[in-house]
Each structure stands twice: as structure tokens, then as C-alpha cells.
Design a protein around this ligand. Structure first.
Ligand code: GZL
Length: 349
């Protein structure tokens, strides 16, 4: 297991190689100032690796597509801080898998102690995670899941997205029953997240598995709004042009919900309590919970982004040579007008 002694030995070997490479590079064409700057950053990291005083973590984040994502990034930066004993290398992949793969390869070449990343989609990770495994660098998956052999990652910290989808459908069952509409024909459209992401796959599956027991629930359409407000509004406008009688919108994150509500209101209709369309959302960020309280959103299924502390805890266990679980599922709630008031003030994101 990684320990400070092992790290110091390895860093010394890297330093020797680097000095040799820099010496040899004298015959190459170098821009002095960039080399000096780059060298400075490399020097700092190597000094840290050589001292073994800080745990060096390479973090590849999907992007900054949503309020949730920003909160997730902040939770990692708070937990893996220098004060907590970390040297964090961080990369924003701007929603592109190839950028995540590039970042992971760079962390492998820098011989970081751990790699942490949220896979933008489930497929496409086998090769790069095999490279990390060959390099002996533990990989911690966070938030979304990768569809790879379990031997290619040490653990996963995240949320049960299928359960989130089921929670949404269970709420709808209960709501329709309370309104005496359980036998009525109900027309549903689904705004999906990033195609092939475990959040989209899980929430879609969870909702549809429950919906299958209701022949009177008609899922008219499902399209991706890519977890963004702009795309969510655009797709909702398409739905409104195509379907005259939408009863329910299932929007797989709050950012898309904000855009969908704008589109619905611009079409002269209202969502939520006493409105024309039932609005079901996911994530439960503060601005959305305020809309639950005001009645614009009927229910918000929480997906907890505060995962940094779990990552810190897992790395601590690994550093002490302790066993870790293969998965850590973060707890979550379902927010409605009845219970949101007691949580709203404490919401930090
Ligand atoms: C869910 C996470 C999703 C959020 C979106 O775990 O992957 O990605 O629901 C975010 O807000 O963009």
C-alpha cells in the first residue's frame, strides 16, 4: 500500500530521470520562459512528492455544466486541501471524455498517488484505467460510474441514481392517488441528462421500471437536455410544439428544470401546485428548493454532491493500509412543499 517511504523512494527516482531529461534536452529547442515556468511547477510537485509530506491526487472533473457539478467540485477541493495534507492537481474536462482521458494519462505520467474522477459516461475507460493499474496508481470513481471490470478501480463514491428515478415515480404514484387521478391517462415527457451517463441511465431506468406497472402512464417522449438550462429550455420548447397535452415533466436535473419552466411559462402555462403541468426535478440545489417551496416544482429528488469528505476518508483508510469497501453510497432525501422548509436555510449550494 502507498506510504510516505515508498513515495519518497519513487519521487527520488523520478527526480533523477527528470534531471537527466532536462540535461539531454539542452540540445532541443526550448522557450526559456515557458520551460522555467513549467519547470517551477514540476519542481514544486517533485519537492512535495520527494518529501512525501502531502498526498498527491490527480482529479479529473467532468466540467461545470450545472450548479450541482460546481458544488461537487467545491466539495472535493475543500476536502482534498493542503491543510488536510493533499496536493491536488485538478482538471476541468469541459464535457469531453477525451479531455478526461488526457488528464488521467497526465496524472499517470506524473506518478500521482491517487486518481479521482467522475466518468462523464459509463463506456470508454478500460484502456486508460488499465494503464493506471499497470502504473500502480489507485483510481477512485466519484459520482458517476464507469462500466469497467471492478479490478480497474479501488472504490466508487456516489449516489444510487436508479433509486432516484424510482423515488420520482413513487412520488408520482402517491400524488396521482391523493388527487384521485390514479386511473386517468397521464402524458409524460422526460428531459434526460448526458446520454450514457450513469445519472441519465439510472434515473431513466428507475422511473421507467415503476412506470411499466401503470398502463395509463404514457411516456410520450424522452430527449437529452444535457443537464444544462439552455438545452433544457430548447428541448421543452420542442416538446410543447409537438405535444398538446403534457401532464408531467420529469427533468433529470434542476438546471434543465429552470429552462423547462421558462419555456412552459413563455407558452402561457404554469407548472406545479395548481398549474397545468406537474414538474418533477432532480438534484435539489437551493434555487430549485426555493421553487419547491413556492410551488413551481412539485417534487425534487436529491442527488448529494457533497462527496469530497467521503473521498478524503477513503484515501485516509488506504494510506493506513486499511480495507475499503467497493462502493460508498451517499444518503439523500426527497423534497416536497411539506418538508422543504426545514432544509432550505442549511442548503449551501
Ligand atoms: C448526478 C450528476 C449529475 C447531476 C447534474 O450524480 O452526475 O451531473 O444530476 C450534473 O446536475 O450535471
Amino acid at each position: 500500500m502507498k506510504g510516505k517511504q515508498e513515495r519518497k523512494k519513487r519521487a527520488a527516482a523520478i527526480t533523477a530521470l527528470l534531471v537527466l531529461a532536462l540535461a539531454l534536452s539542452g540540445c532541443g529547442v526550448f522557450h526559456k520562459e515557458e520551460a522555467a515556468q513549467e519547470g517551477g511547477k514540476v519542481d514544486e510537485r517533485l519537492r512535495i512528492q520527494e518529501s512525501g509530506e502531502l498526498t498527491v491526487v490527480g482529479f479529473s472533473q467532468i466540467g461545470s455544466e450545472s450548479v450541482w457539478r460546481t458544488a461537487n467540485t467545491r466539495s472535493v477541493e475543500r476536502a482534498l486541501s493542503r491543510e488536510n495534507g493533499y496536493f491536488l492537481l485538478s482538471d476541468n474536462a469541459r464535457q469531453r471524455q477525451e479531455n478526461q482521458i488526457k488528464a488521467i494519462r497526465s496524472y499517470i505520467s506524473q506518478r500521482v498517488d491517487y486518481i479521482v474522477f467522475s466518468p462523464i459516461m459509463e463506456e470508454g475507460w478500460d484502456t486508460v484505467l488499465e494503464e493506471a493499474k499497470q502504473a500502480g496508481i489507485p483510481v477512485i470513481l466519484m459520482d458517476r460510474m464507469a462500466d469497467v471490470d471492478e479490478s480497474l478501480y479501488t472504490t466508487w463514491v456516489g449516489t444510487d441514481m436508479t433509486k432516484e428515478g424510482e423515488n420520482a415515480a413513487r412520488w408520482l404514484e402517491d400524488y396521482l392517488k391523493r388527487k384521485g387521478r390514479e386511473e386517468e391517462s397521464v402524458n409524460i415527457v422526460i428531459l434526460q441528462g448526458t446520454p450514457g451517463s450513469s445519472s441519465e441511465l439510472g434515473r431513466t431506468k428507475g422511473f421507467e421500471d415503476v412506470a411499466a406497472a401503470h398502463p395509463n402512464w404514457n411516456i410520450l417522449d424522452k430527449r437529452t437536455g444535457d443537464f444544462t438550462t439552455a438545452k433544457g429550455k430548447e428541448v421543452m420548447q420542442q416538446f410543447l410544439r409537438r405535444y398538446q397535452d403534457i401532464d408531467v415533466v420529469v427533468s433529470q436535473n434542476d438546471d434543465m428544470t429552470f429552462g423547462a419552466i421558462e419555456a412552459i411559462e413563455e407558452a402561457g402555462m404554469r407548472t406545479g401546485a395548481g398549474g397545468d403541468i406537474i414538474m418533477i426535478s432532480f438534484d435539489a440545489v437551493k434555487n430549485a428548493l426555493e421553487m419547491v417551496q413556492s410551488g413551481k416544482i412539485d417534487v425534487d429528488i436529491e442527488c448529494n454532491p457533497e462527496q469530497g469528505a467521503y473521498i478524503d476518508d477513503v484515501i485516509g483508510k488506504l494510506e493506513r493500509g486499511e480495507k475499503v469497501e467497493k462502493a460508498y453510497v451517499v444518503e439523500e432525501k426527497v423534497f416536497t412543499r411539506e418538508n422543504v422548509g426545514e432544509y432550505l436555510d442549511s442548503r449551501s449550494y
